[in-house]
Design a protein around this ligand. Sequence first.
Ligand SMILES: C[S@@+](CC[C@H](N)C(=O)[O-])C[C@H]1O[C@@H](n2cnc3c(N)ncnc32)[C@H](O)[C@@H]1O
Length: 386
Amino acid sequence: MATAEGPPAEGLLRKKTSFGALRADEDEDGAGRETHSSADRDADPEISSLSNMSQFSTGLSVDSDADSAMGDLAAPMSTASITSSVYEFVEEYGRTFHRYKQGRYWMPNDPTEQDRLDLQHAVFLMLLKGKLGLAPIENPQSVLDIGTGTGIWAIEFAAQYPSADVLGTDLSPIQPDYVPGNCHFEVDDAEDDWIYSRPFDYIHLRLMFHTFKSHQKLIASAFEHLAPGGWMEWQDYYCQLQCVDDTMKGTALEKWVRMYIDGGQRLGRDMLAPRRYKAWMQEAGFVNVTEERLAIPGNAWPRGKDQKKLGLWQMTNFLDGLHAVSMTIFTKGLGLSPEEVELFLVDVRKDIKNLGIHFYFLTYFVYGQKPPLPHDGASEPPTAAT
Ligand SMILES: C[S@@+](CC[C@H](N)C(=O)[O-])C[C@H]1O[C@@H](n2cnc3c(N)ncnc32)[C@H](O)[C@@H]1O
């Protein structure tokens, strides 16, 4: 399984053009060009008022000599891993998908996808400088990882917290057999009613923005099944790709984003859900709800070796997942033929690899606490977990 090679150095990217605090409404048309692409506004009028965007600093600056600065960085390659073939899955577009609750989730579950998920895990670890989460948990004894995928987060969490019992659930039984004794997995649909008999101290969800019909229902289930003082944490992309300048305008990539959001919404998913996690959690009764946003460069365009590496990993992750996610959403959601999708993706891939397009994934980390019992005296959040 992939692991991060180490934390990126801080403040590496401020030497050249600094985009510092991204400015909204400074253009003549007041559209905040440096913050949002036009696709934002087309897809959802709410996005132009994305809260606090004017406060958001990507920490990324463009490397104007990007090609020559690649150094010894090499894109990680997808390799076919050996997984059990004992499970029967549904086949479509040459990929396999979960059979339990068939059709509920759009992405495949085959070895190629599993490798991508593990690479994505490494991207998140690098982004968080080795941390598995940002919620200030303290000595958690019972942990739930919803939509655990390959289980890599749950396994590493269990290893870091040997006294915690860690349960990972997913529609697909694609987790390994040999895991720490305090980690186990169950096939489950998180949108069903929860029947867990014990409360959790920490409920974690990563990269689930496009999976649920109702995130609010999910949040209500989590609230009910947390122990007083327990934490819930979301980690997710805001799938409206951002760009630090105008270089994404008019590209196939920009068009792809618009179609991806539109197609997903036609299939009944709020593709831009992460911007609402904080409000939804507050409405559900969570306290100490905190939203943090970080930027993952879309390829190796930024200055600085660590950011280039992060961008390169993310580019590989994006390219590896592009076909699968586009096929489902563009055919079933937008009515394109598989051939039309394939043709369109040729240009999208070129854009994803184009160091002249300075795009990034805005990534949300939102966590909140179920109110502690009065005698806990735990109204002050404890220090962050490592
Ligand atoms: C993008 S993957 C993320 C995997 C993992 N959280 C990670 O970060 O590596 C989404 C996972 O959610 C699972 N999933 C989707 N809908 C689900 C549901 N309703 N209940 C449980 N798991 C679900 C999928 O099977 C898939 O493994």
